[in-house]
Ligand binder design. Structure first.
Ligand SMILES: Nc1ncnc2c1ncn2[C@@H]1O[C@H](COP(=O)(O)OP(=O)(O)O)[C@@H](O)[C@H]1O
Ligand SMILES: [Mg+2]
Length: 493
């Protein structure tokens, strides 16, 4: 005997909200995937605060959907994940539109238009009654849009009653929370879709977030003159499907401007974001991991490896529903490990000349603590702008370099330790003489000009100076000195 045993509508949809592990950026990214497949040139995302809630509108100028297509698209599990997909298809499970949206909102409205035909469909988590869905056509559908259509065809996805988007905790205001969310998601999207935003993926896509056009964040700085590439390599899986692996050795931090460092570091800092960057159809799905093939650490810090997967390999990589994660197929482990070993040697040698820095933060100290063959050495930081200047400006830079080495070799360590033990050591570090201070901060400003290549703003300069000794170690004084005496002198705004 067979009986029908369908799922309970509200329970299944409530479960669908927690499929995957969407955050705002991942949810938006899933909708943008759909827009890309619909050949959109532009996606604009708007957040409208409405009383204590927020309405999010994600609009594209893609090919849109007719009535039947929209109904099919709104159907939960609208496609079989095991079916083959077109090569440029970024979807997989037939759930994205629904689960991504409902992960943030209780109501999902989709309005789609094509020529004179327009249709809207609404899923409301709190009003599901046996899978019945609200459907509107013509003007009734268009009325739901935030603004009249400006393209011949397109789709607007609307999230409302966004109970998962904002915390109800009232320690920060709705606006603050929203701004923070938007700024975080913007960065993520700039990275996830950087190859579409820059046009490297073929069709160029513009993404607008709250009216701002997102700029691509290229984690390899592939257009930076100091970035090195190693030859592309292909790893073949099952004979025909190809994975392309392209390692990049990004420039040493000292060659980067403040903005570039900031951009490369992402949220978690320069070292953490090394590793593989895995793209599925040129869309970033996972980054900053070595899949435990290589430990995170100093040696590999300058290397990032781009891995390009076609969507035919989803099964092997166990792509998750929210596309935020993938697992390294066993067949690939050996191949990648071998590649890493080969490339790793280069990354290490790019670093060796400097020794391996033990303190990696973005401050420019005067002294660096460096490990050489298992021992610690203190070195004068040649990248410190003043030292750099000293070498560059001296009559004979070779002699300047030798002089620095001499100082490093004859640091009176023993005597200092002894004097310190006897409480005899007077450490003269703070610069209290305003005249000397002014000379130094002038030089610091010049270094900042050189690095940014233009007039910095007050905040940019403050940030720059705060990364450099001696200003960083007496910051209160430096900050007020800059604000009170120097702001006007250099017309900083
Ligand atoms: N912005 C859009 N423009 C045109 N069609 C869309 C759009 N978003 C979704 N669709 C249609 O809805 C279907 C279901 O989308 P989705 O739930 O994300 O699953 P999947 O992307 O895995 O197919 C898509 O296959 C597509 O046909
Ligand atoms: Mg999809």
């Amino acid at each position: 005997m067979r009986i029908s045993n369908p799922p309970d509508a509200s329970s299944l949809m409530a479960t669908a909200r927690s499929f995957g592990n969407y955050d705002l950026a991942a949810a938006l990214a899933d909708l943008i995937d759909n827009s890309i497949r619909a050949e959109a040139k532009k996606v604009s995302i708007l957040f409208e605060p409405v009383e204590k809630d927020v309405v999010v509108r994600i609009r594209d100028d893609g090919m849109g959907m007719g009535r039947d297509e929209l109904v099919a698209a709104m159907r939960p599990a609208s496609a079989n994940p095991e079916d083959p997909r077109e090569l440029n298809d970024l979807g997989r499970f037939g759930w994205g539109l629904k689960s991504a949206s409902l992960s943030q909102a209780r109501v999902l409205t989709v309005v789609s238009w094509r020529g004179s035909e327009s249709t809207a469909a609404i899923w409301d988590i709190d009003n599901l009654e046996d899978w019945s869905m609200e459907l509107l056509v013509g003007d009734d559908a268009l009325k739901l849009l935030g603004a009249p259509p400006t393209s011949n065809s397109g789709t607007e996805v609307i999230w409302s009653r966004c109970d998962r988007l904002l915390d109800q905790d009232i320690s920060s205001t709705l606006d603050e929370q929203l701004n923070e969310k938007i700024s975080h998601a913007s960065k993520q999207l700039s990275l996830i879709f950087h190859r579409y935003l820059s046009g490297d993926a073929g069709n160029k896509l513009a993404i607008e977030m709250q009216g701002y056009v997102l700029k691509p964040i290229d984690p390899f700085m592939s257009h930076h003159p100091a970035t090195q590439t190693v030859d592309e390599d292909q790893i073949k899986l099952r004979g025909k499907e190809e994975i392309t692996v392209q390692p990049f050795i990004i420039p040493h931090f000292s060659k980067l401007t403040v903005e570039e460092r900031e951009m490369l570091g992402g949220d978690e800092g320069l070292v953490r974001n090394q590793g593989f960057y895995v793209y599925r159809n040129k869309r970033l799905i996972i980054y900053g991991t070595w899949f435990r093939l290589m430990p995170h650490g100093e040696l590999s810090q300058l290397m990032r490896v781009r891995v390009d997967l076609p969507n035919t390999l989803d099964k092997d990589w166990k792509i998750t529903l929210d596309k935020s994660d993938a697992q390294l197929p066993v067949v690939l482990r050996t191949g990648l490990k071998e590649l890493l070993r080969k490339f790793g040697k280069r990354s290490v040698s790019a670093n060796r000349r400097r020794g391996v820095e033990l303190t990696i933060d973005r401050k420019e100290p005067v002294w660096k603590r460096v490990a050489y063959n298992g021992r610690i050495r203190y070195q004068i930081n040649r990248d410190h702008p003043f030292i750099w200047e000293l070498i560059a400006e001296s009559q004979d830079s070779e002699i300047a370099r030798e002089a620095l080495k001499l100082i490093e070799s004859y640091v009176p360590t023993e005597a200092m330790i002894k004097d310190r033990e006897d409480n005899q050591l007077e450490q003269v570090q703070a610069i209290t003489d305003p005249e000397i201070f002014e000379v130094l901060i002038d030089a610091c400003f010049m270094a900042c000009l050189r690095q940014t290549g233009r007039q910095p703003t007050l905040n940019e300069f403050l940030e720059f100076a705060n990364k450099m000794e001696p200003f960083s170690s007496q910051w209160k004084y430096s900050e007020s000195y800059i604000k009170n005496n120097l702001k006007e002198k250099w017309s900083l705004v």
